[in-house]
Design a protein around this ligand. Structure first.
Ligand SMILES: C[S@@+](CC[C@H](N)C(=O)[O-])C[C@H]1O[C@@H](n2cnc3c(N)ncnc32)[C@H](O)[C@@H]1O
Length: 194
């Protein structure tokens, strides 16, 4: 489904970074692991800030576009095609993990999230933005399955190893390509590994 979505010339989530990530990128140190990276807009932005970035996604088509965007912007990123259901990142390695609209079912999050926390060095940050259940009323992007939508409560419960620096649910205008466009209900999180 993702390869099909990405098999067009346009960047369906745009080529500019997610605005929450852009606002807090200055707080992040590398190397950065960006999960569900898609077409590369966030990884390329972080690389342009001087950070070393690894972008992981199951879509070969998306990651090819990510590398094309990196070339066009004259930066270098590492991309890995992998299914996050089985993905085991290197432990105690990353300065930051980035998860932007990486919606997974609860059973996948239960396996992945502790691995993401393990992959962070002490003091490392995890930055996440995701749609909440309130997004079902807006219909401006994101999955329609409640199990895949997030909330502050889910984040607190699913990242017990992280100290919350910022955790908020809000409604905001998301203008990030043709599939994320309009008023949206999101949760934003930055947590630190203690
Ligand atoms: C809504 S897009 C977001 C892409 C990117 N983070 C962005 O904001 O532009 C969701 C991404 O999650 C990826 N994805 C979904 N399930 C996945 C899985 N099990 N393993 C790896 N990637 C997955 C898709 O391929 C897609 O690129």
């Amino acid at each position: 489904m993702w390869d099909e979505r990405y098999a067009v010339e346009e960047y369906v989530y745009g080529t500019e970074p997610n605005s929450f990530l852009a606002e807090y990128a200055g707080e992040l140190s590398g190397p950065v692991l960006s999960i569900a990276e898609g077409e590369g807009r966030n990884a390329v932005f972080l690389a342009a800030q001087g950070l070393t970035v690894v972008g992981v996604d199951s879509s070969t088509v998306g990651l090819k576009k990510a590398q094309a965007l990196a070339r066009a912007r004259d930066v270098s990123i590492t991309t890995q095609v992998a299914d996050l259901n089985d993905y085991i990142p290197e432990a105690d390695f990353y300065g930051a993990v980035v998860s932007i609209f990486a919606h997974l079912p609860a059973h996948a999050r239960q396996k992945l999230y502790p691995r993401l926390v393990r992959s962070l060095k002490a003091g490392g940050l995890l930055l996440l933005e995701a749609y909440t259940e309130g997004q079902l009323a807006y219909g401006t992007g994101g999955p329609k399955d409640i199990d895949m939508l997030m909330s502050s409560a889910k984040i607190k419960a699913e990242f017990p190893g992280l100290e919350p620096i910022l955790l908020r649910e809000l409604e905001r205008d998301v203008t990030e390509g043709s599939y994320h466009s309009g008023r949206a209900a999101v949760v934003q999180f930055i947590g630190r590994k203690v």
